[in-house]
Write a protein that binds this ligand. Structure first.
Ligand code: HEC
Length: 114
């Protein structure tokens, strides 16, 4: 009986430990202001971003405006965005974001929700 409890407890602890690992490990706390240089340099080439001049050198690509991404929390949850931004997305080439960059971008998107 005691052994069963120990096994059950072990399973619970294992599951507990696996959750952050599946979520991609620890994420730094994002800073919305720190995301701005990266947004100005990269994202506005294709995305419309509130508070930034519309650069959009590639208006033909169908990049969703950041306001739309920020507003749709169901579709663009933090987990979805983190997973998506870990990979450079078409048609962006040769550009990958660090976890800190991604955390900052997420903080920026959150700031648009207010
Ligand atoms: C070269 C053009 C280009 C640049 C630069 C670019 N994006 Fe995108 N982005 C796109 C396109 C096109 C889509 C739509 C892709 C799709 O639907 O598969 C997209 C989609 C997204 C999405 C939504 C993902 C989804 O699941 O629909 C996010 C979030 C995003 N971009 C963030 C960023 C951020 C943050 C930057 C700046 C660091 C950035 N993008 C720079 C073209 C670009």
């Amino acid at each position: 009986m005691k052994r069963r409890i120990a096994i059950a407890l072990g399973a619970v602890l294992l599951a507990w430990a696996a959750v952050p690992a599946l979520a991609g490990g620890k994420w730094p706390k994002g800073d919305a202001a720190a995301a701005k240089p990266l947004i100005a340099e990269q994202c506005i080439k294709c995305h419309a971003v509130p508070g930034f001049p519309t650069d959009r050198i590639q208006p033909a690509v169908k990049a969703p405006p950041f306001a739309v991404i920020a507003a749709d929390e169901a579709k663009y949850s933090d987990a979805v965005l983190r997973a998506f931004l870990r990979q450079p997305h078409y048609p962006m080439k040769g550009f990958a974001m660090s976890k800190r960059d991604i955390a900052n971008i997420l903080a920026f998107l959150h700031s648009l929700r207010k």
